[in-house]
Design a protein around this ligand. Structure first.
Ligand SMILES: [Zn+2]
Ligand SMILES: [Zn+2]
Length: 220
């Protein structure tokens, strides 16, 4: 048997696979930048066999890599989860079947220190969640995220929709142009930034009732 693949500039069409001992066209070999000649040693089918033979070793190797790179691992899992929801759900179903997983009925043990830290660092988010929940309990439809709300405030230049007073993240309140009590929704389109003084004066009035013909807030 002549070895027809040589590592020089002449392009040879065949390469010997030392595993199956066959001379095969080079397109049957994987590209491999770190191997001599830029090609894998084994042909594709043989490489597949090699991989399955060493699958336990590979699993161990992958596991250790994942332990060393937790951030990359998390990011990769996230990408995988988002790339194909159907496939992910299917995998989850199969995993539950395979491992006999049953969700615990016991309440989750809370980490008090973590909870405290979350409360301290997410004050605005917590306030927002409470607000959303309170409105939801009034049987109103619609919901928006805190980020969307900040964007809406940016759009209005952090000014009260009615009296144009300057507002900050601490002083801004949400006002429903059509009040919830008059079947207004809680969609962002019905919500405007408002100072607390205007908010308490407006109460259940609609925008035109509150502003009157002059277009300025009535002080009654
Ligand atoms: Zn082969
Ligand atoms: Zn105001």
């Amino acid at each position: 048997m002549t070895k027809s693949y040589k590592f020089n500039n002449i392009i040879h069409m065949n390469k010997l696979c030392p595993y199956c001992k066959k001379e095969l066209p080079i397109k049957l070999f994987n590209k491999h930048s770190r191997k001599l000649g830029g090609l894998d040693i084994y042909c594709k089918p043989c490489r597949k066999i090699q991989r399955s033979l060493h699958s336990d070793h590979n699993k161990e190797f992958t596991k250790r890599w994942r332990q060393r790179n937790p951030v990359k691992t998390r990011e990769h899992s996230k990408q995988w989860r988002l790339s194909d929801r159907e496939r992910y759900n299917k995998y989850q179903r199969e995993w539950r079947k395979r491992t006999g997983y049953k969700p615990s009925t016991k309440p989750r043990k809370r980490n008090k220190a973590n909870d405290k830290l979350y409360r301290q660092t997410h004050k605005e988010q917590i306030r927002h969640n409470k607000k959303m929940r309170k409105i939801m309990l009034k049987n109103s439809t619609g919901k928006f995220t805190l980020k969307d709300w900040w964007e809406k405030c940016n759009y209005h230049g952090w000014k009260c929709f009615y009296c144009k007073e300057k507002l900050t993240k601490e002083t801004v309140t949400t006002d429903h142009k059509i009040p919830i009590s008059k079947n207004g929704t809680n969609h962002l389109s019905n919500v405007v930034p408002c100072c607390s003084s205007c908010n308490s004066k407006k109460k259940d009035k609609k925008v035109n009732e509150f502003l009157g013909p002059a277009g300025t807030p009535t002080l009654s």
